[in-house]
Design a protein around this ligand. Sequence first.
Ligand code: ASP
Length: 347
Amino acid sequence: MNDKTRQASILLIYTGGTIGMVQNQETGRLEPFNFQCLLQHIPEVREVGCRIETVQFEQPLDSADIGPEAWARIARLISDHYAAYDGFVVLHGTDTMAFTASALSFMLENLSKPVILTGSQLPLGMLRTDGKENLLTAIEIAAAREGDFPLIEEVCIFFENDLMRGNRTSKTGADNFNAFHSYNYPALAHAGVTIQYNRPHLYRPILRKPLKPHFTFDTHVALLKLYPGISPRYVETVLGMEGLKGVVLETFGSGNAPSAEWFVKLIREAVEKGIVIVNITQCQTGSVEMQRYETGLHLQENGVISGYDSTTEATITKLMFLFGLGLSPDEVKEYMQCALAGEMSVP
Ligand code: ASP
């Protein structure tokens, strides 16, 4: 069989989430069901012209319960089956999907096959479900090829009509079908009547090397979101956490923070202790530029580094990932300031 007529092979990994949930008749609550039922709900999956095999978490997880341990399980499933499939579709709860997509983008070094995460806002069993379209299109995208190579060679989220780079994406809607956005990077594809790929923005590995998966994270990190009126005690408690190695500092506007003496001192002392502090903006769009205002400059002068236009999800998972590799604070600082998997635009 030549390559053009060969059926693409896709591994569907079900981790849990609304897409595979049913309503408990007694409590009325949504609960995960057996993955076999998922295929019963969408028999069309078998008709998309791909060889699809499925594997599921023994105990499907609401994505609020997904973290480094589950990320490692997903990465292990992908790497163990990497040679046998053309692409991977990961069904995942929407709540923390952007964190998982970011984590996987760092864990799967040298990835050159599609890993598409999707889920849904309404369970597959419901009449108006968005899960069916999301799943079928995600499979079609994972199977798409151009010449000898897959069209997509990175970790993405497909939701509603858009394919987005996973580590550029955030969940923005609790009840809209259009629940994910990638504000600082264009969509990679739009699914209308046909699927239109945004080719210039697709990630292309410079050299195709064997997949090098990583599985460990170091969770000695914290997220500190600033707000007017933030108390010295609160900042001191976060920065004083035992064993703390890295902090994602969510600042105002283009990377600005209070200039009060107590705040500057706490930041300086934390940096001097070797804690890596990464500045990202609370704004949905745009990038950190610490030289723009005095209230940003003092952070830079005290050793805070820029996370540029990266999302919270990408920054925190990247910090955990880099410390998980056993790197020194200086090495972590260096890697935090360059894009590992297209997660930020460094000017
Ligand atoms: N709580 C669910 C989860 O993230 C919501 C969803 O799947 O959309 O697992």
